[in-house]
Ligand binder design. Structure first.
Ligand code: TEU
Ligand code: CA
Length: 554
């Protein structure tokens, strides 16, 4: 594998609306990010991905872009953004933006022109199709519920939107569309961006026609991914994207890729792959339901462990995955991947260790480093997220009562991760002096940056140690390039692995169980990091109490 500038780095996702509000309007902004750069530097962050800050009507929180060349005034100005780039550079921090190019906003000039004349030039920028027997062209259900086709009033045409109806899909088969997008990407890269996180990218390739499929729900529709999975030839589009943009700038790219076809990993993240890396969603997928959040299975440690191990083994020798425990679309990792008895600081540190030391590029999500948790909302009015509203409806339609449906949202809602960052124990957790756009999690008096900075045994202090160890002179090499070798997988409630190269052999071992366990073989050595005093090496081996984790140099 070719060495790349981003190998061995640590990345951090900022959800700008909820990060830090510098002017008291209740919405986080670019100047707020600038103010917190030193905090991120001190934490050990090298790369920042900022969720969309382009001009947007915010139907899907900025994932509906109405002008790719403008910063939305809610976040600041282009001057603020340029200053952010300069200030980040001073601190050797690279900035990534979010690239949402499967669709744009229905308010984008292209779509407005297309609507005015669907048969004209801009109609070709999107997918307009005639209805079939007075109905939609096909029976696809959009990601956010309901048909993926929206009727154009006064015509027999429908346009395709795999997400909300305010997010029309761009037609990637049209060369002009690709050229417009590539021009825009290069414009941002020329400004000094280090690269992009690439949104929902697998959806850009459609089938030649839009056939109906067997319905998979009572609504007579079928999830639109059925069609996406059938589409052939996305590789050509993605190679062109890479060639025309990222490759020219040695830019970093991380793909949000679901539903990749089997055996395509090398094409996606190999040396000549479409992207530098892509997120590993396998552990997350192990928590998903067949239809929606309401029928998601209970968290299962063994399913999670096998998913994680399988991903690690599959990408070895091919490339690096980007490892996460949460993002702006998921509930908090510390609420999802830990059993009830493990949801204290020890458990949170244990999960952190297992995740951060995996082979691949660690991506933290804002607030993860202080152990932020899911937020209980009192009523549906407190939710903002379009997906949560849809999932709530689905749960009610499936027969759940209001209380049960609210519980489902508490477990799965995207807003769990979108509540404001908890900076201190003051008003609104120090996020804003105004009225926050989304409820602050009431646990901010206990879980916040200021308190944890003063406490050497806090989750935040632990994350700093953990990242420092990963990046230290002595261990950087093995944690970056060392092999991943699973260990003790026959042992109950243990997840353990070695990171090993020709010089070093490091064991990472965690006990997700409720009782104390000892690992008997191959563990004599020096403990480099542990999360509890009583994690220890005895004659019998490495002793791990419940929620104990150790990093051992063998
Ligand atoms: O998400 C893409 C995606 O596949 C989503 O359906 C995801 O599975 C869903 O959010 C889970 O609830 C990306 C963005 O990350 C997301 O925030 C956007 O809403 C979406 O694209 C549309 O741009
Ligand atoms: Ca603001």
């Amino acid at each position: 594998m070719k060495k790349q500038w981003w190998h061995g780095k640590v990345a951090y996702q900022i959800y700008p609306k909820s990060f830090y509000d510098s002017n008291g309007d209740g919405i986080g902004d670019i100047r707020g990010i600038i103010e917190k750069l030193d905090y991120l530097k001190d934490l050990g962050i090298d790369i920042i991905w900022i969720s969309p800050i382009y001009q947007s009507p915010f139907v899907d929180q900025g994932y509906d872009i109405s002008d790719y060349y403008k910063i939305d005034p809610a976040f600041g100005t282009m001057e603020d953004f340029d200053e952010l780039l300069r200030e980040a550079k001073k601190r050797e921090i690279s900035i990534l933006m979010d690239l949402v190019i499967n669709h744009c906003s229905d308010q984008h000039e292209w779509f407005q022109k297309a609507l005015a004349d669907p048969e004209g030039e801009y109609g070709q920028y999107f997918y307009f199709e005639k209805g079939k027997n007075g109905k939609e062209p096909s029976n696809y259900r959009s990601y956010f519920g309901g048909s993926a086709w929206e009727k154009v009033p006064g015509t027999d045409l429908y346009y395709l939107h795999l997400f909300a109806k305010e997010q029309p899909d761009l037609n990637w088969e049209n060369k002009k569309v690709r050229e417009e997008l590539f021009r825009m990407i290069n414009w941002w890269l020329d400004k000094g961006l280090a690269g992009f996180r690439i949104d929902a990218i697998i959806n850009i390739k459609k089938t030649d026609s839009f056939p109906d499929y067997e319905p998979d729900g009572d609504d007579g529709l079928v999830r639109c991914t059925r069609m996406v999975e059938e589409a052939e030839g996305i590789g050509e589009l993605l190679q062109e994207l890479r060639r025309e943009t990222f490759q020219r700038h040695d830019a970093f790219s991380v793909g949000e890729v679901f539903n990749m076809k089997e055996g395509e990993l090398e094409e996606f993240i190999g040396d000549e792959g479409h992207f530098s890396t892509m997120f590993d969603f396998a552990p997350l997928e192990a928590t998903l339901g067949g239809h929606g959040w309401y029928d998601a299975p209970e968290y299962d440690f063994y399913k999670w462990r096998s998913a994680l191990t399988a991903s690690q083994l599959t990408c070895q020798g091919i490339g690096f995955l980007a490892n996460i425990i949460e993002n702006h679309d998921e509930p908090r990792g510390a609420s999802t991947y830990l059993p009830a008895y493990a949801q204290g600081d020890d458990g949170t540190k244990m999960l952190a260790t297992v995740s951060i030391l995996l082979r691949g590029l660690p991506f933290l999500y804002q607030g993860q480093e202080i152990g932020m948790k899911n937020c209980r909302m009192e009523s549906m009015e407190e939710y903002d997220d379009i997906d949560t509203k849809n999932q709530y409806k689905m749960a009610i339609n499936a027969g759940l009562c209001v209380e049960e449906a609210m519980d489902v949202c508490f477990k799965h809602s995207r807003d769990n991760a979108r509540t404001p960052m908890q900076w201190n124990a003051g008003k609104n957790a120090g996020f804003t002096s105004g009225r926050p756009w989304l409820k602050v999690n009431p646990n901010y008096t206990e879980i916040n940056v200021e308190k944890e900075e003063r406490d050497a045994s806090s989750v935040l202090s632990y994350y700093k140690e953990l990242l420092a160890l990963r990046k230290s002179e002595a261990y950087r090499e093995v944690f970056t390039y060392g092999d991943f070798i699973p260990a003790y997988d026959g042992q109950e409630k243990i997840i353990a692995y070695h990171r090993k190269d020709k010089d070093k052999d490091i064991l990472v071992a965690a006990n997700f169980g409720e009782g104390e366990t000892a690992l008997h073989e191959g563990n004599r050595g020096k403990i480099l990091l542990k999360n509890r005093e009583d994690v220890r090496i005895e004659k019998g081996g490495l002793v791990l109490p419940s929620c104990g984790v150790a990093v051992v140099e063998c």
